[in-house]
Design a protein around this ligand. Structure first.
Ligand code: GUN
Length: 311
């Protein structure tokens, strides 16, 4: 049988913006977790302790349960120990704070997370403040947020650091680029705006942090080399907001009803993928983009938590 090499003329001669590449978070996360698993295997062979992540889950919110299941599965893939503590929606703040205190003191636990959101009767900030910053592998404690802002060693929250890692591992240029982040949450938009404006690599962007009060958002987005959509509104970013060749990172993960799925729902990002993708140079999909990178970062933070203790 003869094989002919047929050049893909459409790709070769297409303008740069038409050669869109996918930022494959699923594959990048798989590689990171395989690297971590190697390190854990080596530690085990030397008779050293293996990392142990604990997670607190309150209630039965579908999104939170899926996140936690994926985090525990990733622990297994990395060779970590993991412990899940589940509470009913009606759990009191006091019970939860006592559990946090107990986990702070438990020497077998290297790091732990409290899955958010918590029920309205529990003060999330009070719970976050109760976590020992040295075990705060989510990087949500003000001590870790402050260290991140000053570029000091500490835990950086998993979604922003996952995005930074996705940018790094895909060799995307950021220095001097104009980056528009839509959404100013404490766990994504706000920390990411600081990280991408720092004198680091990746970093050195000129960052605009857009939010619900921003005027002329479309015009602002049209000037962006990089758009990071993190507002939690499905299909918010449309093609008319994106300049040719831009890099698009989609942080949105909203569950919407889909009767064609066995589960009855599908995950939808903040970017209207089908119409935006042909315009950009790189785009992260949902699912399979930022989500898996967030979990890979949590695994990296847990390994770091154990290393910090010198175990
Ligand atoms: N809820 C949504 N994202 C996160 C996360 O990264 N960590 C925790 N603990 N809760 C979340």
């Amino acid at each position: 049988m003869a094989f002919f090499f047929i050049p893909d003329y459409l790709t070769i001669f297409a303008p740069k913006s038409e050669r869109m590449e996918l930022l494959d978070g699923k594959e990048t996360a798989r590689i990171i977790k395989a690297e971590i698993a190697q390190q854990v295997k080596a530690r085990k062979a030397e008779g050293k302790k293996i990392p142990h992540l604990a997670a607190i889950l309150v209630g039965t919110d579908g999104g939170s349960m899926t996140y936690i299941a994926n985090k525990l599965k990733s622990c297994e893939e990395c060779g970590f120990e993991s412990t899940l503590m589940r509470y009913d929606d009606s759990v009191s703040e006091e019970v939860l704070l006592n559990k946090v205190k107990q986990l702070n003191e438990d020497k077998s636990i290297d790091g732990f997370i409290v899955q958010l959101p918590l029920p309205a009767h529990i003060d999330e900030m009070k719970v976050t403040l109760a976590i020992d910053p040295q075990k705060d592998v989510d990087g949500f404690h003000p001590m870790n947020l402050g260290k991140m802002a000053l570029n000091l060693p500490g835990f950086v929250s998993a979604t922003p650091s996952g995005i930074i890692e996705l940018i790094r591992r895909n060799n995307l240029e950021t220095a001097g680029k104009k980056c528009v982040i839509i959404g100013r949450s404490n766990i994504v938009g706000m920390p990411l705006s600081i990280m991408l404006s720092q004198n680091t690599e990746p970093g050195n962007c000129t960052v605009t942090l857009a939010h619900s009060q921003t005027v002329n958002l479309k015009e602002i987005c049209l000037t962006a080399d990089i758009i990071i959509a993190a507002l939690g509104q499905p299909n918010f970013v449309t093609a008319d907001m994106v300049k040719d060749g831009a890099v698009i990172i989609d942080v949105g993960t909203t569950r919407v009803q889909d009767s064609t799925k066995v589960s009855g729902w599908k995950l939808v990002g903040d970017v209207k993928f089908d119409e935006v993708a042909p315009k950009c140079s790189y785009i992260s999909p949902v699912p399979g983009g930022v989500g898996p990178m967030t979990i890979a970062s949590l695994m990296m933070n847990t390994l770091k938590a154990m290393d910090l203790k010198g175990k």
